[in-house]
Design a protein around this ligand. Structure first.
Ligand code: SF4
Length: 369
């Protein structure tokens, strides 16, 4: 493929964790040094096979817990990526607070990592234990300090709400604590309980819908007051610190996905890498391809784009699909615009503020039949 047409964003999934959180259904294994070494060899093979774009603009190393790797392994992982990250604008790594030390922080800086996403989840010590997290707020404070000391001050914090027994005051306290660390970006996710998690097996449930909606409303009130613009349903940033990598997903652009548990999108196809580590180690080049018919691409472009407060550029949509939004969704587009659920402003299609939290039900009207 022509270098200019290759994806400019890369996601790598590190499938190891030092402990398993009760709500988590991501692809992860307990970290074992030998297995992580085997994984690095497989990843080396995968990276060289696909001849990645050497002009990547964003790289996101997620997981799992990338910093569950040893210092030596983290250095090897980032060295594998060095040839592709010369021009990268945003280079993010996810960090679990209890897994970063001085040596690892220095390794991140040496390889040009310039953004960190830290899983804080809640500042309530009891709740942290209830959800199977092993860090303390002191660990988070220390992680932020270490990162800043090593020149990484573009920091995002993840928080969760609708956790079992969580109160509004506990959420407010967590937000206060998060803001005291002066992050550039905050992501807030409500608990969803999947069957294949510890919570799923124990029959734990999130809070009732009304409380969850109240918490979301509180988040959307407090964070803008503190200067963070809500630019996506679950994401808030200081001006200029929106996640460039995640914007690739929301703009429905191509991206590479490497390693077990990752997905990618290239040239009108989505692909899934093997979900399990052993399958991946057996065949790191395996990709399960899912061709995307234009109808699906149009719907998914709208589905992802409407998550953004700014919505979707209608001229970009038309250029991409050779038809207008109204032509692509004839009938339902007029209905949703007429009902005021969607609106068009300055060439962008957006979800009206009053329906933003009900986006999924708005989208269900646009689903291809
Ligand atoms: S939430 Fe993160 S740290 Fe916890 S088990 Fe899942 S991937 Fe690992």
């Amino acid at each position: 493929m022509n270098q200019n047409k290759k994806p400019r964003a890369l996601y790598i999934h590190v499938p190891f964790c030092r402990s398993i959180c009760f709500y988590c259904d991501f692809c992860h294994r307990f970290y074992q040094e030998k297995e992580a070494d085997e994984w690095l060899l497989a990843l080396r093979r995968e990276i060289s096979h696909y001849r990645l774009n050497t002009d990547l603009k964003t790289v996101y190393i997620g997981g799992g817990t990338p910093t569950a790797l040893s210092g030596r392994q983290l250095d090897s992982l980032l060295s594998l990526l060095d040839p592709y990250t010369k021009n990268v604008l945003e280079y993010t790594i996810e960090i679990n607070p209890e897994t970063l030390d001085e040596q690892k922080a220095a390794i991140l800086t040496a390889h040009g990592i310039n953004r960190a996403s830290i899983g804080l989840q809640t500042a309530d010590g009891e709740l942290l234990q209830k959800i199977g997290r092993h860090h303390t707020t002191a660990d988070v404070t220390e992680t932020v300090r270490l990162l800043k000391e090593h020149g990484i001050d573009n920091i995002s914090l993840d928080l969760m709400y609708s956790l079992p027994d969580q109160t509004m005051e506990s959420l407010r306290e967590s937000i206060r604590f998060a803001l005291s660390l002066q992050p550039k970006h905050l992501s807030l996710y409500s608990l969803t309980v999947e069957e294949n998690t510890v919570f799923g097996r124990k029959g734990v449930t999130p809070l009732d819908e009304e409380t969850e909606a109240d918490m979301y409303e509180e988040i959307c009130r407090v964070l803008p007051e503190a200067g963070y613009r809500q630019y996506e349903i679950s994401n808030f940033a200081l001006p200029g610190y929106e996640s460039r990598h995640n914007l690739v997903y929301w703009h429905y652009e191509d991206f590479y996905g490497l390693s077990a548990g990752a997905s990618g999108m290239e040239d009108h196809c989505r692909y899934d890498k093997p979900a399990g580590l052993s399958e991946y180690l057996q065949d790191p080049l395996r990709r399960d391809l899912i061709p995307l018919p234009q109808e699906d691409e149009m719907f998914e472009t709208v589905m992802m784009g409407l998550r953004l407060k700014d919505g979707i550029s209608l001229s970009v949509f038309q250029e991409r699909f050779g038809m207008t939004f109204e032509e692509a969704f004839s009938g339902t587009a007029e209905k949703l615009l007429g009902e005021g659920k969607l609106l068009i402003k300055d060439g962008y299609l957006k979800c009206a503020d009053a329906y933003y939290h009900l986006l999924n039900s708005v989208l269900s009207d646009l689903l291809p039949v």
